[in-house]
Design a protein around this ligand. Structure first.
Ligand code: ADP
Ligand code: MG
Length: 393
C-alpha cells in the first residue's frame, strides 16, 4: 500500500524526520488560507497523487508542473486552482495520468544541495538496504543508469540494526561533515526506526536537502508498506486512498480475491496462485496477453466465484475469458455454479473458454451443460490457451 506525501509528512513528524511546515488542501481557497497561516516569502504547491515525477509533469489542461514554487498566498491559490480537479501526467502515471484532488502547501525552503535517500527491503539480501546519493532531485533514474557509481548502498543487518559506523560511512560517501553530518545521522536513524516500526517495503526521500544554515530536511516522500503486515497498523491502513488504485483491484479486495489487473485482453479465472501464473504464461506462450492475474483460492465460495466473474466481465479491455480450474481442494461444481450465477447478472459478450479438471468435475461439466452459458470447452491447459487466443483473433 502507498500513501500521499501529506500523510507521509505526518509519519515523518511523529518519528522526528524534519520536514518543512505545511498542510493539505482540498480547494484552492483552503490552499490560500494555509499559505496565510504561516508567513513565508516562498511557498511550494504540490499535487497529491501516488506517483513520482510530479515536478516535471504536465496537466491535461496544459498547465506545466505538478509542483509549483510561488511567492504569495494569492499565487498559491492560483496554482492550486490549476491543479485541483485536473489530471496530471508524469513519467510514472502512464498516459492516462492521475486526477489531483488535493494539494499540499508547504514552506519552500532554501536549498543548498539536493540528495537522494531511501530505505527498501531488498529481496536479494533479505535485509533493509539504505540507498543514498549526492545526485538527488528529479533525475535519479538517469543517475542510476548513467553514473551508477554515484549511488551508494549500505546493507543493514535486520537484528543488529543501523550501526554508527554505517552512518559515518554514508556521510563520508555523501561528503557530509560537521553539523550537517550530525543532522543527517539523526534523520537517518529516525527514518530507519520509522521503516522498521511501520513495516515499510520502501521509504524514499528525493530530495533530502541541506539548507544554508546546516539543517537537513525531507522535501518529498514516497512510502510503500508491506500489505501482509498492515493488520498490525490500523492507523496506517486508515491512510489508504482507494481512488489511487486500479478500480478492478479495489472491487476484488472487497471479496477477498487475489486479483491483479494487467494490460492484456484475455481474462483468466483460476484456482491457486501457481496455476494462475502458469495460465498467464501459457496464454503468452500461445500468442495472447493476460488481462489479469486472478486466484480465487482453494476454498472459494460460489459467491466469490460469481463476483470474480463479474469483475472480469466488467473490464472493457477483456476480449475473451479463460477459466482454468484444477480441482484439488476446490470443487469444480462450485466454480461452475458461480459462473452460471454470475452470467445471469452480466451480459457475457466475449468468448468463454472453460477447462475443468479434478474434484467433482463431472457435476461441474453437467452444471455448465445444463445452463444457457455459451462456452467453449477445453481438454487441457494448452488446449484452453490455444482456444482462448483463437477465439479472440
Ligand atoms: P516529484 O519527485 O514528484 O517531482 P518533489 O516533491 O520531489 O516531487 O518536488 C520536485 C522538486 O520541487 C524537488 O526536487 C525540489 O527541488 C522542489 N521542492 C519540492 N518541495 C519543496 C519545498 N518544500 N521547498 C523547496 N523546494 C521544493
Ligand atoms: Mg521527488
Amino acid at each position: 500500500m502507498n500513501i500521499h506525501e501529506y500523510q507521509a509528512k505526518e509519519l515523518f513528524e511523529k518519528f522526528g524526520v524534519p520536514t518543512p511546515k505545511g498542510d493539505v488542501a482540498n480547494t484552492a481557497e483552503e490552499a490560500r488560507k494555509i499559505a496565510e497561516s504561516f508567513d513565508s516569502n516562498l511557498y511550494a504547491v504540490k499535487s497529491q497523487v501516488h506517483a513520482g515525477g510530479r515536478g516535471k509533469g504536465t496537466f491535461k489542461n496544459g498547465y506545466q508542473g505538478g509542483v509549483q514554487i510561488v511567492k504569495t498566498a494569492a499565487e498559491v491559490e492560483e496554482a492550486a486552482k490549476n491543479m485541483i480537479g485536473e489530471v496530471l501526467v508524469t513519467h510514472q502515471t502512464g498516459e492516462e495520468g492521475k486526477l489531483v484532488s488535493k494539494v499540499m502547501v508547504a514552506d519552500a525552503v532554501e536549498i543548498e544541495k539536493e540528495y537522494y535517500l531511501s530505505i527498501l527491503m531488498d529481496r536479494e539480501h533479505s535485509c533493509p538496504v539504505i540507498v543514498a546519493s549526492t545526485e538527488g532531485g528529479m533525475n535519479i533514474e538517469d543517475v542510476a543508469e548513467e553514473t551508477p557509481e554515484l549511488i551508494h548502498k549500505e546493507v543493514i543487518h535486520p537484528l543488529a540494526g543501523l550501526q554508527a559506523y554505517e552512518v559515518r560511512k554514508l556521510c563520508k560517501k555523501l561528503g557530509l561533515s560537521g553539523g550537517t553530518a550530525k543532522a543527517f545521522a539523526k534523520t537517518l536513524k529516525s527514518l530507519m526506526k520509522l521503516f522498521i516500526e511501520c513495516d515499510c517495503d520502501m521509504v524514499e526521500i528525493n530530495p533530502l536537502v541541506t539548507t544554508p544554515d546546516g539543517e537537513v530536511m525531507a522535501l518529498d516522500a514516497k512510502f510503500s508498506f508491506d500489505d501482509n503486515a498492515l493488520y498490525r497498523h490500523p492507523e496506517i491502513q486508515a491512510l489508504h486512498d482507494p481512488s489511487e488504485e486500479d478500480p478492478r483491484e479495489v472491487e476484488a479486495a472487497k471479496y477477498d480475491l487475489n486479483y491483479i489487473g494487467l494490460d492484456g485482453n484475455i481474462a483468466c479465472l483460476v484456482n491457486g496462485a501457481g496455476l494462475a501464473m502458469s495460465t498467464m504464461d501459457i496464454i503468452k506462450h500461445s500468442g495472447g496477453e493476460p488481462a489479469n492475474f486472478l486466484d480465487v483460492g482453494g476454498g472459494a465460495t460460489q459467491e466469490q466465484v460469481a463476483n470474480a466473474f463479474k469483475i472480469i466481465c466488467s473490464d472493457p479491455n477483456v476480449k475473451g475469458i479463460l477459466v482454468n480450474i484444477f480441482g484439488g481442494i476446490m470443487d469444480c461444481d462450485v466454480i461452475a455454479k458461480g459462473i452460471v450465477a454470475a452470467s445471469k447478472e452480466v451480459n457475457l459478450e466475449v468468448p468463454l473458454v472453460v477447462r475443468l479438471e479434478g474434484n467433482n468435475v463431472a457435476a461441474g461439466k453437467e452444471t455448465l451443460a445444463n445452463s444457457d452459458v455459451d462456452l467453449i470447452a477445453a481438454d487441457d491447459l494448452a488446449d484452453a490457451a490455444k482456444k482462448a487466443v483463437a477465439a479472440i483473433s
